[in-house]
Design a protein around this ligand. Structure first.
Ligand code: GDP
Length: 139
């Protein structure tokens, strides 16, 4: 077991629907330490840069339109096995297939509008954390 950091986002659908408080509550209940946090409204270009790995896929344009449509909450979360644990708390990408009680099952409404994001590996966590935060913004 090792202490890790992961990049977590509360996506525009969940911010707009007023689920920020509930999602922050789940983060604290699951013993993550929030080491950085801010509200950001991505431009279309910034959303494309964040999801560059999906460029060329059929959902790239709707996904980046969605992610730049309104403010998001960006956070760096720290705990033991943070990357895997946060993905467990979020649930599967498609809310319909996510475990009962998971954030995506509770707050997501479709495979695209799935409420939250989490890094999927140490390398992506490092890239995604740097995408949103400077070293000085992480406590
Ligand atoms: P994640 O790591 O669980 O977020 O999943 P992916 O990296 O595969 O996809 C990134 C994001 O793209 C997802 O969280 C969804 O918001 C969106 N997405 C993934 N698959 C689809 C799809 O088949 N259709 C649409 N419209 N959006 C998708």
């Amino acid at each position: 077991m090792s202490i890790q950091r992961t990049l977590a986002l509360i996506k525009p659908d969940a911010v707009k629907a007023g689920h920020v408080g509930a999602i922050l509550g789940a983060i604290e209940k699951n013993e993550f330490r929030i080491v950085a946090m801010k509200l950001v409204h991505l431009t279309k270009k910034q959303a494309e840069g964040f999801y560059a790995v999906h460029r060329g896929k059929n959902f790239f344009t709707p996904l980046t339109d969605f992610m730049s449509a309104g403010p998001i909450v960006a956070m760096v979360l720290e705990r033991e096995e943070a990357i895997l644990k946060w993905r467990e708390v979020m649930g599967a990408t498609d809310p319909a297939k996510a475990a009962e009680g998971s954030l995506r099952r509770t707050f997501g409404t479709s495979i695209q509008y799935n409420a939250t994001h989490g890094s999927d590996a140490p390398e992506t966590a490092a890239f995604e954390t740097r995408y949103f935060f400077d070293e000085l913004e992480i406590c």
